[in-house]
Design a protein around this ligand. Structure first.
Ligand SMILES: NC(=O)c1ccc[n+]([C@@H]2O[C@H](COP(=O)([O-])OP(=O)(O)OC[C@H]3O[C@@H](n4cnc5c(N)ncnc54)[C@H](O)[C@@H]3O)[C@@H](O)[C@H]2O)c1
Length: 274
């Protein structure tokens, strides 16, 4: 397969390395507005550079990975769908509800496969938690606590382009609470507290958010590491829970030399953010 990658920042570089190590991938075409980033990636992985997203979509690719900054997602997804090219797009779909719905409407009925990168749904621990809920093994679900803790806050500029940490990072918790419980959210409210003196409050989150899914739920974002107990009537203690760990070691070639082993990477709540 020939795969295109749009956006070569932290997660784009990670996806490029993973794809470059897969036997089923014959060639990569990449694009990013930052020329130095493109040069580094093409040199390291032998990828071909495209001058623009349009040029990349016209480069004979079988699928495209959209790993650009969040505010570029809608435009890039819509362009790929229009070109009839299957898409993997990083979460979130967009920075706002209206833009997200616009993408949804364009994708529905297009016949083009579009997958959004909510990677926790493929995590062995979360999968086990969902199975325990769905099968009834857990008993009546009364509390779910999803906590995302990063080792350090992201740069302020990143927070601004991403739409803020609720949309960029906590969106994983919003997704996984719905997925694990199989229930829709009934009510959401948020309070925010900023404990980093060098940051303006608008660069939150440093926040606590409680949501109700029929069971009481709380999503907390802070820095660092993740803890996501799911507690039912027949499982009174956290220690009885299935371990929330990433799947077995990644496919051949997916790990950068000298980088943390997959086991360690799993403690990084937003995936491969850094
Ligand atoms: N699933 C996960 O766990 C996970 C982890 C990290 C990031 N992400 C998501 O991936 C996206 C990128 O995050 P990041 O941390 O790599 O950000 P980043 O700022 O490191 O990189 C973004 C890159 O996109 C490029 N870009 C901007 N507009 C573009 C366009 N129109 N076409 C092509 N490239 C463009 C920028 O030049 C930059 O190199 C965000 O939406 C983020 O939420 C998801």
């Amino acid at each position: 397969m020939r795969i295109g990658i749009m956006g070569l920042g932290r997660i784009g570089a990670f996806h490029t390395e993973t794809l470059a190590g897969l036997d089923v991938v014959d060639s990569l075409v990449v694009t990013d507005p930052v020329a130095a980033t493109v040069a580094a990636v093409t040199e390291r992985f032998g990828a071909t550079a495209a001058d623009s997203p349009e040029a990349l979509l016209a480069a004979g690719i079988d699928g495209v990975v959209i790993a650009a900054a969040t505010d570029a997602h809608p435009e890039l997804v819509l362009a790929a769908v229009k070109a009839g090219i299957p898409v993997f797009c990083e979460k979130p779909v967009a920075r706002g509800v209206e833009e997200s719905l616009e993408v949804l409407r364009a994708v529905e009925g297009s016949g083009v496969e579009v997958h959004i990168g909510y990677n926790r749904r493929f995590d062995a621990g979360f999968t086990a938690a969902r199975r325990a809920v769905v099968s009834g093994e857990l008993g009546a679900l009364h509390t779910i606590r999803s906590t995302t803790l990063d080792p350090a806050p992201p740069p302020a500029a990143y927070v601004a382009a991403s739409g803020g940490l609720f949309r960029d990072c906590t969106v994983h918790d919003f997704d996984i609470v719905r997925w694990v419980t199989g229930r829709e959210v009934v009510e959401v409210y948020a309070t925010r507290r900023l404990n980093i003196p060098s940051r303006s409050p608008k660069h939150g989150p440093y926040t606590e958010l409680e949501r109700k899914t029929g069971a009481a739920g709380t999503t907390v974002v802070s820095f660092p590491p993740p803890l996501s107990p799911v507690i039912g009537s027949r499982v009174p203690r956290h220690s009885d829970m299935p371990p929330l760990r990433p799947p077995a070691p990644a496919a051949r070639g997916a790990r950068r030399r000298g980088s943390p082993r997959p086991r360690d990477r799993g403690s990084r709540p937003c995936g491969a953010r850094r």
